[in-house]
Design a protein around this ligand. Structure first.
Ligand code: ATP
Ligand code: MG
Length: 198
């Protein structure tokens, strides 16, 4: 065996040992709270990817969409066919609607459904898509959302998406991912594409 190969093997052996130790140490069984935030593209698609993963195992997921009601949503079209329940806020993007009162009412109504799912042990995964904006606009009460997340069934996982996640959310979460914008097609004048962006 060459000296190089020998060194490589030793290094890999050490890596393997460390990984094995970590795997052995991670023994808790519980639902996971994940926050996916940041300005780059890929937050909602990541959340929906996990919903697909969950449903693919024959488990139950529910999706709450806080601001994309008026968009034709490819994931919704697909997932509703396999029985995933959706609660959709019936306003469009928040920067299009300019009525605080109707926005707040719509957010509150959508949240009531979310709260029910967050108390339902039969639901393994709840996706709260774009909920961060509801909190930054004060349409929903932060404390109420935090409490509902804390009191959810032990085995239930929740994914929260949206830019500018509140620090209380990221502190509470088990897993936090920030998607950084390196570049985006939109900045080069490319329109949002069906089947790719929605
Ligand atoms: P996606 O739904 O594609 O995963 P996202 O959830 O990370 O995106 P949002 O902030 O929810 O991003 O944006 C919704 C829409 O805006 C999507 O069509 C997405 O392609 C687009 N978008 C996301 N990031 C950017 C960006 N940095 N600049 C311009 N448009 C963006
Ligand atoms: Mg999104």
């Amino acid at each position: 065996m060459s000296e190089q190969q020998d060194k490589h093997q030793q290094r890999q052996q050490k890596v393997k040992q460390k990984v094995d130790e970590k795997i052995a140490a991670a023994q808790q069984e519980q639902g996971i709270l994940q926050v996916i935030t940041g300005n780059g593209k890929g937050k909602s698609t990541s959340g929906f990817g996990t919903v697909a993963r969950c449903v693919g195992h024959g488990m139950n997921a529910a999706v709450v969409q806080f601001i994309k009601g008026t968009w034709d949503c490819g994931e919704r079209n697909l997932l509703e066919k396999v029985g995933v329940p959706f609660a959709v806020m019936k306003t469009g993007f928040t920067w299009e609607t300019q009525n605080r009162e109707t926005d707040t009412a719509a957010a509150q109504a959508t949240w009531q459904q979310a709260k029910q799912w967050l108390q339902d042990e039969s639901i393994d995964l709840v996706l709260l898509d774009e909920i961060t904006y509801m909190l930054s606009y004060d349409y929903l009460d932060l404390e109420e959302v935090i409490t509902a997340l804390q009191q959810r069934p032990k085995m239930q996982s929740v994914i929260v998406t949206g830019r500018g996640a509140h620090r209380r959310l990221t502190e509470l979460a088990d897993t936090v991912s920030e998607v950084r914008n390196v570049k985006h097609a939109f900045e080069a004048g490319i329109k949002a594409q069906k089947g790719f962006d929605y």
